[in-house]
Design a binder for this molecule. Structure first.
Ligand code: SF4
Length: 329
């Protein structure tokens, strides 16, 4: 890779799929619909999805984000974020007489159900995930006495179980597929009878975004990942890009965080975005690149996505009731 000259071809490889997944789309629409239906304020426990721009936009529309249910005035409406919550959070909300709307992604709920079922069968559950991440806190809360967190392959040496013949692994939905398989490999060496989850816990959106970035990685001198620093799946995309051979890779919330110096000697720039990122932010990055001569955009397509989730049931119920009332008028 030589220094860039006037004749260096400049191109952009744009990952597909990128950006919003079905769970994020549903959660963001749920907050918007709730604001339309009930009016402001609608309280949201934790960032509805891990994206600064999305949170700020919803705040402007009247959503109030809180860290804990205790901060929500009694009797108000509170929405739970896409990452899911522990059962204790539902109990706290009931005690405060809050009307809850649960925007937990159905693919996270699926992992919660797996945890409950394996705990009922008295398995030890090894939950692969990042310590402190909201999703992991929520899932662990389903069966705290049965779940042990395994935060990467280096954590495996410390893992203890009661009965090595009754152990299952589950995982956070937004991990690196390759690193998780490495962790599972190490766990299987230690516990040869370890059972795998009934279906993939790492969700389709996380997997597809990683496959696309892997395809472009080797050809890209630089990969720009649009996403917030607290977005697990976005951070993973940077790691996957570097692992696939990208010259460099950075995570930016938006175009204004790109450093001109990153373009030095670069002729191919890969662009992708995490599952919580609205396309307008990617458009901003493409415009920024285009102004600097990166006008050719080639799509690197890894998969078609057509999954759509229906809105949270509490919201559907109220929207239906309102539609019925309007028809009756
Ligand atoms: S990243 Fe996956 S698990 Fe998370 S909200 Fe999107 S579809 Fe659901």
């Amino acid at each position: 890779m030589g220094r860039m000259t006037a004749t260096t071809p400049r191109r952009v490889l744009l990952a597909a799929p990128r950006g919003y997944c079905a769970g994020v789309d549903r959660a963001v629409i749920a907050v918007e619909k709730a604001l339309e239906q009930y009016g402001s304020p609608v309280y949201v426990r934790h960032e509805i999805v891990h994206n600064k721009y999305v949170v700020q936009t919803l705040e402007k529309k009247g959503a109030i984000f809180v860290e804990e249910t205790a901060e929500v005035p009694e009797g108000s409406i509170v929405m739970f974020s896409a990452h899911g919550v522990a059962p204790t959070v539902h109990e706290e909300a009931a005690e405060r007489k809050l009307a809850t709307i649960d925007a937990t992604c159905p693919l996270v709920t699926k992992v919660h159900k797996e945890a409950v079922r394996f705990a009922q069968d008295d398995f030890d559950i090894l939950l692969i995930g990042h310590e402190g991440h909201e999703e992991v806190i929520g899932t662990s809360g389903e069966a705290p006495d049965h779940i042990t967190l395994v935060d990467g392959p280096e954590d495996v040496a410390n893992v203890e179980v009661r009965d090595p013949s009754r152990v299952v692994w589950l995982s956070q939905t937004t991990l690196s597929v390759d690193e998780t398989m490495e962790t599972v490999g190490a766990l299987k060496e230690k516990f040869p009878l370890l059972i795998s989850p009934p279906s993939d816990d790492i969700c389709y959106a996380t997997q597809n975004r990683q496959i696309a970035v892997k395809q472009m990685g080797a050809d890209a001198d630089l990969v720009i990942v649009v996403g917030s620093k607290n977005s697990s799946n976005s951070v993973r995309l940077v790691e996957v890009a570097l692992g696939a051979g990208a010259g460099a890779s950075y995570l930016v919330d938006a175009a204004d965080e790109i450093d001109e110096a990153w373009l030095e000697g670069v002729s191919t720039v890969g662009v992708t975005s995490g599952a919580s990122v609205p396309e307008v932010l990617v458009d901003g990055v493409l415009a920024w690149l285009s102004e600097r001569g990166f006008e050719d955009v080639e799509i690197v397509k890894a998969a078609e996505e057509s999954i759509v989730f229906s809105l949270p049931k509490e919201l559907r119920r109220d929207l239906r009731a309102e539609a019925a009332a309007l028809t009756a008028e």
